[in-house]
Write a protein that binds this ligand. Sequence first.
Ligand SMILES: C[S@@+](CC[C@H](N)C(=O)[O-])C[C@H]1O[C@@H](n2cnc3c(N)ncnc32)[C@H](O)[C@@H]1O
Length: 294
Amino acid sequence: MSRQHSRKLPPSSRERPDMVAARKVLAEMWPGPARESSVTLLKALHVLTRDGGLNLDTRRKLKQVLHLVQLLRPSLDALLAEGNDPVIADLGTGKSYLGFILYDLIVGPAGRGSIVGVDVRAELVERSQQLAKECGFDRMSFVAGGIADTVLPGGRADMVTALHACDTATDDAIRFALRHEAKVIALIPCCQAEVASLLEHAKPAPIDQLWRHPLHRREFGAHATNVLRGLVLEARGYKVRVTEFTGLEHTLKNELILATRHQQGNPLARRKLDQFVEQLGVRPGLLDVMDAAA
Ligand SMILES: C[S@@+](CC[C@H](N)C(=O)[O-])C[C@H]1O[C@@H](n2cnc3c(N)ncnc32)[C@H](O)[C@@H]1O
């Protein structure tokens, strides 16, 4: 092909085949045309295959994360608009799909703000640190440690996210958020076993038929845990919204608890929380954050 002829070709036809394939599979879910750097990132995260196809194992994860990013965008934009460099802590970050995509789509282009991923698994943290370096994400860092004990440098986290942090790790994320006085907290709880096991030995209660059978106990226990989490956050001064975060076809763990701090504390919510705990007849560990606030 002559040089003159190749100059006349539209840019897309000169693109590498893997980029063409990637843009095609991302077209229906990525917000806007995917940049080459985004495709490189998604390949490194094994969301995309080397030739630009969508990896079936991670397809659902990508959909979940992109939904979540859209739901978090208004809160994050508001934090960025305040003029400070907001610190976003992603707790139980795992392979850090959420952190990397939040950086790629929002924090990186904004030119300020930082993301810190926390996970107890040192090998995942090391891998994510390496990937952040390779991507040039210089305002992204990772801490290897338990959510319960970690305090970020400067003691500040403006937004806390915990996507499917296992069992009581979501409660640790709430403690972390309160300790760092986070303005925004986004929790998508995972499996929860604590309340179900407490209910098994609870004293008789007027509504105990709700948890007589083990299957109901597990489901009701998980539901009661999230009701309690929402009330705790309200009592600690947050406005709480509970919604589905993506379609049930993408994950069964589909509840988003989005909390925004707006006052120091809320005595009415505190009373409702106390009543609810009384009716349940059990005291889950998370209530320690109310003891600390009393
Ligand atoms: C189900 S994975 C979810 C990972 C990631 N957020 C995602 O959605 O892809 C849960 C992660 O939380 C981490 N984790 C669980 N309990 C933790 C704790 N107490 N402190 C820190 N990390 C924890 C696990 O190591 C794991 O990587």
